[in-house]
Structures are given as structure tokens and as C-alpha cells.
Design a protein around this ligand. Structure first.
Ligand code: NAP
Ligand code: ZN
Length: 347
């Protein structure tokens, strides 16, 4: 076992604070790497505060991890010491079920293992995430990171990136599609970048008037303030596809009404409480309401390679580890442009 420094909470009202724990030595199929940067996802806040009612404490959050390989197990073929590497939201799955075989490890029929707030396949070892100095992960769940892009701006691709890339690809979004992105935060700003890169006409739907200029800079062609009923009314039946990244409870019906015939709205934002859906919001225009969770490992690698090729990264504010509690407060006030990333050298 290796002594490892991290930041953890011990209960739902705790602040993140220094925490010492141990990681296993690499098994033959494991990759060990030093964490250089870790992005801060709103899912970290949901789980730290037990908003999804499934928290395991102590909890070391963090699932947007990039770093440099320090040691590999004897059977590892994909990585060697010194390589750049990334880990997202998953660290294990059965590798045998029909979904794992299709590269949809996030939907593993026997249960995938989350990077933190989960149990390893032994059913008892708690997983600890990326707010820490180093991590040990089986090779199949480690992805290759290009040295062409700034590492701190790559880290958020491991969750915010893949979570928005995957549904846009699954629904084959491209030229000729009118796409709306709801919520301009970590996921939202990546959704805008990808939808624009894929050739769609993109409209940002936001509650924050102050984000209009940024939305344009990120590539959005249009911007509408969702609090303004007049602007919303003008967009009735306009979109082919809506990706909803909102972290807090909100009215889905208002957005569904903006879909054109056979349009789909995909929820990736994960507010903790149930929402009321009026069936009539779906009947008209034969609309679809769907969800999507992160992405599998092959698609995560595809997304990273796509980003390296097309020079796509996250817009980040790099912070010291000790700033994390303040960063959470700012995220809850929608005050982030557009992803906090922890510089692990400060831990
Ligand atoms: P974030 O950076 O905090 O951004 C969320 C954005 O939602 C805010 O910036 C804000 O944008 C908008 N928003 C917040 N409260 C709102 C409200 N009451 N009504 C309408 N809009 C509101 O969060 P994130 O890291 O992007 O994560 C977003 C959500 O996705 C979280 O629930 C997270 O858990 C979830 N998530 C899901 C997956 C998945 O696999 N499906 C993966 C990662 C994260 P405006 O200021 O523009 O309105
Ligand atoms: Zn996340």
C-alpha cells in the first residue's frame, strides 16, 4: 500500500479538508499515476452533500483526472512510466456483459465502479477519487492523453466533455440541426463547443444574462434568456435537439415545448429531486425525452483524440486545493467560467 494525500469530507455538512489514506500497489493489470490536475464537477457537490442519497464517507471526490504514469503492472501493455494518462468517472466494470462488450461500460449490467463514492469489485473497498496525489486504476479504464493540449484544460473533458460528446454523437447531431444547450456551466460550455464543431446551429438557453457574450465567444450562434417568457415563446417548436445540463430542479416542460416534430431533449444534468412532466409536452410534435450518462471508455478515447485533433479544450479557472470549498460556493451561485480545475501541485 502507498500512503496518499487527498482532500475528503466525513459527512454531508462537512467542508473538504486534508485526508491521508492508502492506495493499493499496482496489480499486474494496473496503472499508477501521479495526478497533476483534477476538474471540479457539480456531481462532486451533489455527492459530497449526499444530495443523491447514496454517499459513502469519508469521500475523496474527483473524476476528471489527468496525470503522468509513475508505475505499471507487469501485464500492462498500453502505458509505460512517464506517459500522460487520464481517468474519468469509471474505474471498473464486469467487461463481460453485452453493454461492456459494446464499450458501454457506464451501463454495465453487473454494475460499473465509480471513480469515487463506490465500492470496488470486492464489494468492500471504497473508491477514492482525484482530489488526491496519485491513483491506481486497471489499464482498461485509463485513457491516453495527448501532449498537444494544455493538461489543465484537458482534465474536464474526462467528465464534462464525454457527457456532452456522447449524446451529441448518439443522436447524430451535425449540419442542418438546430440545437439548444440549457445551462452554461461545465457541461454546458462543452456541449456548445462540440455541437458547434459538429456543424449544428447552436442556441444557448441560460438564466444568466451576463453569460451572453461568453456564449457567443464559445461559438453559440444565438442566446435566449429562459427567464424571459417572450424570448422563450419565440422559440416554440424551433429545435431538433436540446441538451439539458441544469444541476438544480427546474421545469422540463418549458424546454420540451421548444422541440420541433420528432425532436429529442436529452437530460444530462442530474438534479436530486423528481420533476413533473406533463405528458402533453411530449404528445405534441411526437417529442422524445431521454437521458444519458457519461460515456464508455472507447468513446472517451475517441472524444479525447477528437479534441486533440480539433484543438478543443475546456475553459478553466485553475485553483489551489485549499480553495475548493470556496469554489463549490461559487459553483452554486453559477459563478464559474467554466470549470474549476485543481492544480494538484498545491496539495
Ligand atoms: P455547473 O457547472 O454548476 O453548471 C450548471 C448550470 O446550470 C449553471 O451554470 C446554470 O447555467 C444552470 N442552472 C443552475 N441552476 C439552475 C436553475 N435553477 N434553473 C436553470 N438553470 C440553472 O454544473 P456541471 O458540472 O455542468 O453539472 C451539471 C449537472 O450535470 C449536474 O447536475 C451534474 O451532477 C450533472 N452531471 C451529469 C452527468 C451524466 O453522466 N449525466 C455527468 C456529469 C455531470 P446558467 O447560468 O446558464 O443558467
Ligand atoms: Zn462529473
Amino acid at each position: 500500500m502507498t500512503a496518499t494525500k487527498g482532500y475528503a469530507v466525513h459527512n454531508a455538512t462537512d467542508h473538504l479538508a486534508p485526508f491521508d489514506f492508502e492506495r493499493r500497489e499496482p496489480n499486474p493489470h494496473d496503472v499508477q499515476f501521479e495526478i497533476l490536475y483534477c476538474g471540479v464537477c457539480h456531481s462532486d457537490i451533489h455527492q459530497v452533500r449526499n444530495e443523491w442519497q447514496n454517499s459513502i464517507y469519508p469521500m475523496v471526490p474527483g473524476h476528471e483526472i489527468v496525470g503522468r504514469v509513475t508505475k505499471v503492472g507487469s501485464e500492462v501493455t498500453k502505458f509505460k512510466e512517464g506517459d500522460l494518462a487520464g481517468v474519468g468517472c469509471l474505474v471498473d466494470s464486469c467487461q463481460e456483459c453485452s453493454n461492456c462488450k459494446k464499450g458501454l461500460e457506464q451501463y454495465c449490467k453487473n454494475g460499473s465502479v465509480g471513480t469515487y463514492n463506490g465500492y470496488e469489485k470486492d464489494g468492500k473497498t471504497v473508491t477514492y477519487g482525484g482530489y488526491s496525489k496519485q491513483i491506481v486504476v486497471r489499464e482498461e479504464f485509463v485513457v491516453k492523453v495527448s501532449d498537444k493540449l494544455p493538461l489543465e484544460a484537458v482534465a474536464p473533458l474526462l467528465c464534462a466533455g464525454i457527457t456532452t460528446y456522447s449524446p451529441l454523437r448518439h443522436w447524430k447531431i451535425g449540419e442542418g440541426h438546430k440545437v439548444a444547450v440549457v445551462g452554461l456551466g461545465g457541461l454546458g460550455h462543452m456541449a456548445v463547443k462540440f455541437a458547434v464543431a459538429f456543424g449544428a446551429e447552436v442556441t444557448m438557453l441560460s438564466t444568466s444574462p451576463s453569460k451572453q457574450e461568453d456564449a457567443r465567444r464559445l461559438g453559440a450562434h444565438k442566446f435566449a434568456l429562459t427567464k424571459d417568457p417572450e424570448q422563450m415563446k419565440q422559440l416554440t417548436g424551433y429545435f431538433d435537439f436540446i441538451i439539458d445540463t441544469v444541476s438544480a430542479p427546474h421545469d422540463y416542460n418549458a424546454y420540451l415545448s421548444l422541440l420541433d416534430t420528432d425532436g429529442a431533449m436529452v437530460c444530462v444534468g442530474a438534479p436530486p429531486t423528481p420533476a413533473e412532466i406533463l405528458v402533453f409536452s411530449l404528445l405534441g410534435n411526437r417529442r422524445t425525452l431521454a437521458g444519458s450518462a457519461i460515456g464508455g471508455i472507447p468513446e472517451t478515447q475517441e472524444m479525447l483524440d477528437y479534441c486533440a485533433e480539433h484543438n478543443i479544450t475546456s475553459d478553466v479557472e485553475v485553483i489551489d486545493m485549499a480553495y475548493i470549498n470556496e469554489a463549490y460556493e461559487r459553483m452554486l451561485k453559477n459563478d464559474v467560467k467554466y470549470r474549476f480545475v485543481i492544480d494538484m501541485a498545491t496539495l
